[in-house]
Design a protein around this ligand. Structure first.
Ligand SMILES: Nc1ncnc2c1ncn2[C@@H]1O[C@H](COP(=O)(O)OP(=O)(O)OP(=O)(O)O)[C@@H](O)[C@H]1O
Length: 415
């Protein structure tokens, strides 16, 4: 790869490999492309910047750096490309920073619209549209969309800590992450999915590769090209819930003996809860990554919000055990395993840490073949958050939790 950063021209050329991790990808051929932006192209840039004043991260120094460097109107010429970070289905991603401020780093996703199929072009539109809607700490901020000639460039947050897939591979004997880390990362993913679903966005591509890690160790979900949008009607629902799932105590039977099985305290309370779940979402296009596809996606008879909750179950499983539960010797056999699955059993070597039984129970409730019976499908994250695996998490404070210390994760602590 070669990167040239002249003050007037941005030019780079590289050889890259397209990936075929997703179901929609057919090509795994190497592609060699040259990108060059000359003066006339730079002048013809159309910049679409989201309304910064409304953004919850308006205090973010990235916004003020952009404002200071550009008078608010960002062009490609304001950016200095540093290196190629990776190549995806749609385009290439570069690390860059503002020419006038090298501490303000970003990721620039560059899509050559002339080199993608009409179907992939619709994925580009979807990704740009979804990104422009997002305003959440676990999701990327779209600082600008730059349309230059036949290129669309999306300027988003840069995550220097890689992704959860790479982090998993750094664990001893590929045995999964420590349980407290699984709990932390899956709780953050749950909150990100909750937000997406509240916007009516079904994500459809949950997997460790798409969970990037920010400098501070918190997650950032990426890749929105396979999403679909649906209607969502937020409601307030009254629900009877147990005060605490762990409140059990031995009870005496009528002969005065202690029963061997603990019974739950009937300690219920009525709660009014906010539910915003796209329960009527329906799509028939089969997209996603094989090992993460829900049975209804594999059968192709239509699917909705439930595919994300299934994938959430696969994710927790993979983070815990280092493998996915239905993986076969080939993509076809993986799909067969998913289609024939009745009820998943966590058969891999048991983990003994505290909380492992709760994790297994949650996985089993998420990996239910019938989406109507699957945890999360009816009331979304509201029900999943209440599962004993997440007991003790103070959800409104989760953004302030300290990320776990995990081998291979270097966290920059803020003072
Ligand atoms: N914001 C980011 N910060 C750091 N690295 C990133 C960022 N976004 C993408 N990358 C890197 O660039 C690579 C390509 O990302 P991209 O989102 O284009 O495709 P992808 O993750 O391979 O998914 P897909 O092909 O399904 O769209 C990723 O694998 C990742 O390594």
């Amino acid at each position: 790869m070669m990167v040239m950063d002249d003050d007037t021209d941005l030019e780079l050329s590289f050889t890259s490999t397209t990936t075929d991790r997703t179901f929609t990808t057919s090509s795994s051929a190497r592609s060699s492309l040259t990108l060059s932006f000359n003066e006339s192209l730079l002048l013809s840039t159309t910049t679409t910047a989201p309304a910064t004043t409304l953004h919850h991260r308006k205090w973010d120094p990235h916004w003020s750096a952009i404002k200071a460097a550009t008078d608010g109107n960002l062009h490609l010429s304001h950016l200095k490309l540093v290196r190629h970070l990776g190549t995806g289905n749609l385009g290439r991603v570069f690390l860059c920073h503002l020419r006038d401020c090298n501490s303000a780093t970003f990721a620039l996703k560059v899509i050559d619209k002339d080199s993608v199929t009409p179907k992939k072009l619709s994925h580009v539109q979807m990704e740009a549209e979804i990104l422009s809607m997002l305003d959440h700490p676990y999701l990327p901020t779209l600082y600008a969309r730059l349309d230059v000639s036949h290129y669309t460039c999306l300027l988003i947050d840069y995550c220097p800590n890689g992704d959860l897939h790479a982090l998993l591979r750094k664990q001893p004997s590929n045995r999964g992450l420590p349980l407290h880390a699984v709990r932390f990362f899956s709780a953050e993913v749950l909150v990100a999915l909750e937000y997406l679903h509240a916007l009516g966005v079904v994500y459809r591509d949950l997997k460790p590769e798409n969970i990037l890690l920010r400098e501070d160790g918190h997650i950032m979900l990426s890749d929105f090209d396979l999403c679909f949008k649906a209607d969502v009607v937020p409601t307030l629902q009254n629900n009877r819930v147990l005060r605490s799932h762990k409140k059990t105590r031995p009870t005496r039977d009528r002969f005065g003996c202690f029963r061997s099985v603990n019974r739950r305290e009937p300690d219920e309370e009525e709660l009014t809860e906010f539910v915003a779940e796209p329960v009527t979402a329906l799509s028939k296009s089969c997209v996603g990554t094989h090992e993460y596809l829900a049975p209804e996606l594999v059968s192709g008879n239509g699917h909705g919000n439930g595919v994300d909750w299934w994938a959430f179950g696969i994710l927790i499983y993979e983070l815990l055990y280092g493998v996915t539960p239905f993986k076969g010797g080939s993509k076809e056999s993986t799909l067969r395993n998913i289609a024939s699955s009745k009820q998943v059993r966590c058969h891999v070597a048991e983990r003994e840490e505290e909380g492992a039984a709760e994790a297994r129970d949650l996985i089993e409730k998420l990996l239910v073949k019938d989406p109507r019976e699957r945890l999360g499908c009816a009331r979304g994250a509201t029900d999943i958050k209440r599962h004993p695996f997440f007991d003790g998490i103070k959800w409104p404070l989760i953004r302030n939790y300290k990320p776990p210390e995990v081998r291979g994760l270097v966290i920059k602590r803020t003072k």
